[in-house]
Design a protein around this ligand. Sequence first.
Ligand code: 6LW
Length: 540
Amino acid sequence: MKTLPYRNPVVPGFHPDPSVCRVGPDFYLVVSSFEFFPGLPVFHSTNLVNWEPISFAWHRESQFDMAGAGASRGLFAPTIRFHAGEFFITVTDVSGTGNCILRSGTPYGPWSDPVPVAQGGIDPSLFFDDDGTAFFCTNAEVDGSTGIALSVINPVTGALRSPVRHICAGTGGRWPEAPHLYKFDGLYYLMLAEGGTEYGHMETLFRSESPWGPYTPCPTNPVLSHRDAVSNPVQCTGHADIVDDGAGNLWAVFLGVRTLPGVLLHNLGRETFLSPVVQDAAGWFSIGNGGIVGLEMEGPLPGEARPYTRDWKPSYIEGKRDPHWCFVRGFDASLIHFDCTDAAVRLAFGPDISTPSGLYALALRRQEGFLCEFSARVEFPARIYAADENSGKNSGVRAGLTAYYNDSYHYDIFVYRDGVCGTNDPWRLGVSKRIHDMEAVVASVDLPESLLQVGGSGLAAVDFRIRSDTEWYVFEWKAGGTGWAELGRGKTAGLCTEGTYHMSFTGVLFGVFASGCLNFFGSEPDYPVSFSDCAYTERD
Ligand code: 6LW
């Protein structure tokens, strides 16, 4: 088999906890999505390297209720499996449903409503034995024993068909989780993650003659870990799933992070990596080179890797919203409208994007590389607000771009008008930073009056751009034929997972937003703010 080169990560940006299955020549992948909607993105590939988004298992808001889901809550760690003509995705909704199963006859969806499974813990996975028995595996605690728990279930109804039993405690690392069961040459292999999803992350392997155990640990555990590979640009490797490519090779997908140079900080989220799996004569296996992987890889891929497409403008094929757009906790059609004729995103003024619950006028896409930029032109109703004599309704109106980790961590550039009651404030341009519980406008400039001398539409336009590297997010604007001007900047380190105040599992996304409240003359237009020419590009 020909060895072919490829680059990691194969799904860059915040795409953690990957799970993979194969049907004939087609591979399907699903990843965690936490509080973001649509959620549980499903990808397709024929070469294991180039992954196209094809559906979302959470695509109707009614499937899950995320209204109160905080940052990095929601949908954790899915597993995808194919059995008897159907695709199954198991997942934990830590904000409501708990462990559950969604189904579809095709990976393109639509996906079913979730059926709950009365087994505790997180990271559920399914294993179908040769006779069709469906085993359901989680990291649950059973009768005081922590580690991996197993039951037999009906995968369609979710009903338990056996007691839930503790089957493995792992090798002693903290938080044994993300269990996956496989059968190779008549033996049951249990692979799990230990050590936590951070810098001590690892993958360990066990096997047994019965799915219920007793399980023998692999003599070369951990089979994947960068916990001691200090200088490797890829860290935190673990949470793996294995797939057989049909040509005699095993492959692993797993999460890893690319750190900022020289420090254990990462802003791009946990990303999806790929590695060949090496099996020894006794049937034990390890991932990569003795558990180590890199950015530049090679292996007997099922097809040649194509270059990763790095430039993005939203597509509106057949009137469908571009699959890269996502939203926090759900989509509010009264706040966001995608105009499929001119590729504009139109927004109403929504709640402050630091509000820890509810929906926003905010459309996001993931940051997928360190060196990149995100830009858009905002058109806003500069001339159609009412002088705010007594209502106090014009409060903190903002419309612009954001580099957004979550509601507590984001840097924004925007046009704004303070609208303090009784005054008629000017429109300004501002950059603000929200870190922990602190938020401040750190730079501002009056919007040149000439830009507000607009025609009958009452709209003025400003171009915004966020440029990112491993040290800074730089916020720039231009308007009225001038060149780009920097208004402010924020440290990349400020939007890194390690600095956030609770268990954080996501990464930075770029977005367009509108917030606050404008008091309009006459009737308020449905979506007063429009963003056109949205674009994301990466550079070397
Ligand atoms: C997930 C756990 C993990 O449930 O992080 O990396 C948690 N591993 O298995 C959230 O993704």
